[in-house]
Design a protein around this ligand. Structure first.
Ligand code: LLP
Length: 419
């Protein structure tokens, strides 16, 4: 459930009419709903009520906006980060270092050092090589890194290839067949306390079965590691739960996920870590855009909006579907190609889409844009970076300024020898 709905024929975010935001902030602009973020955090927490010892660490990559992190931190969430930049955001939002988990295959020595110095709660080590390097850095500083070893369980999550992470040929984690041996090697090193294992098989998962298979494989590994004499106290189950992008689409509910987790892990006797991103933030945001013009097409008209693939990359990158609707719909419908102004055909949000009838100047939204939206923006075509707004009841605030193309140009230099 989200808080974007028609009220008196005008779409609102909570109690704020979207045309008011467009008027004050301009378009395109991402609009987030605080009540929706809080509700999703609560639903996820409630779903895991039967898991006694846990940390829910929001996947910062899905929406790293400081105000969003502040809202979720106040809900008791920690942070799953994949760079020092994300770690600094989580800390700046007031999330305690011990509630921060650092994932990612390419942590640099500088990043590992910074994270050790910040005292983060957990490193998810993705390779033997990384473990050796982290141990050396920590030992040299007289510190101990709290770690899990990320396992690649070789499970097909059944999602888009580009967001699948748990198949044997994906770059993530160590092969489950080698996990025991690598764990043994790293566990004895000074500088690391290797206390568990981690897994994350992919994103926008529409089926719980592959997750359950991965978790069962992990459970068997935990038992094997314990038999080999290791102490296992922590297991990180990653994120991945999908959300509905189409109206009426039904995905596994957090409660079903929670019940499955509680069932599979009931005898593990560990603290569980979760890294949800999309399920928290996805439907808590829309991308508000204005129609620049409607151009006749050979078949369907082109509705050209002022948002583009640089603002919302998912349709161009993954062929992703985002529901598109008018902010002030009439009863009329149209079939249209919805495109942005960027000079490549990839800048297409939808072809032959049945949608509300729109004319030049009308406002519209792309829904489910709160996760992997603004965070993946670029300045392609020198369009600048899109602004972000957070709504709370009947008030709203700009939580990320629009960075105009001129400001980006100001950061560029022409060397003297070209003048
Ligand atoms: N943990 C790890 C280690 C991850 O790699 C990810 C996402 C998550 C947690 C959060 O997954 P979620 O709960 O959000 O599914 N840009 C793509 C999604 C990439 C996901 C990358 N990893 C998209 O727009 O669909």
């Amino acid at each position: 459930m989200d808080h974007f709905a028609l009220n008196g024929g005008v779409m609102h975010a909570e109690d704020v009419p979207l045309p008011e935001i467009a008027e004050v902030v301009g378009t395109p602009v991402y609009v987030y709903s605080r009540a929706t973020l809080e509700r999703h955090a609560q639903v996820f927490r409630d779903a895991l009520a039967d898991v006694p010892d846990k940390l829910i660490a929001f996947a910062v990559k899905s929406n790293p906006n400081l105000a969003v992190l502040k809202v979720l931190g106040a809900q008791g969430m920690g942070a799953d980060v994949v760079s020092v930049g994300e770690m600094r955001r989580a800390l700046a939002a007031g999330i305690a270092p011990e509630m921060i988990v650092f994932s990612g295959v390419g942590k640099t020595a500088a990043e590992m050092t910074a994270a050790l110095e910040a005292g983060i709660g957990q490193f998810n080590i993705e390779s033997e090589e990384e473990g050796l390097e982290l141990a050396a850095i920590a030992a040299a500083k007289g510190l101990t890194a709290q770690c899990t070893l990320r396992i690649n369980p070789d499970v097909d999550a059944g999602t888009h290839d580009k967001i699948s992470t748990g198949k044997a040929d994906n770059k993530f984690g160590v092969p489950i067949s080698e996990a025991g041996q690598i764990f043994g090697k790293l566990a004895g090193l000074p500088g690391v306390n290797l206390r568990g294992v981690a897994v994350h098989i992919g994103s926008q998962l529409a089926d719980l079965a592959p997750l359950e298979t991965a978790f069962e494989k992990l459970g068997a590994l935990v038992a094997a590691l314990r038999s080999a004499g290791h102490t296992i106290t922590h297991v990180d189950l990653g994120g991945g739960l999908g959300v509905p992008y189409r109206m009426g689409e039904v995905l596994p509910a957090p409660a079903e996920y929670g019940a499955m987790v509680a069932r599979v892990t009931k005898d593990w006797g560990v603290k569980l870590i979760f890294e949800p991103g999309r399920v928290i933030a996805g439907n808590a945001g829309v991308l508000l855009t204005r129609v620049v013009r409607v151009k006749r097409g050979i078949k369907d008209p082109f509705v050209i909006v002022d948002a583009a693939m640089n603002d919302l990359a998912r349709p161009a990158l993954y062929g992703a579907y985002h529901h598109f609707e008018a902010v002030e719909p009439s009863a009329a419908q149209m079939t249209a190609n919805i495109v942005g102004p960027i000079c490549e055909t990839g800048d297409t949000f939808a072809m032959g889409r049945e949608c509300d009838a729109l004319e030049a100047g009308d406002l519209a939204v792309f829904r489910t844009a709160g996760a992997y939206g603004a965070t993946m923006a670029s300045s392609y075509n020198s369009r600048g970076f899109v602004a972000e707004v957070l709504v709370d009841g009947d008030r709203f605030a700009v939580v990320a300024d629009r960075i105009e193309a001129g400001a980006i140009m100001d950061a560029e230099r022409v060397p003297e020898w070209l003048l």
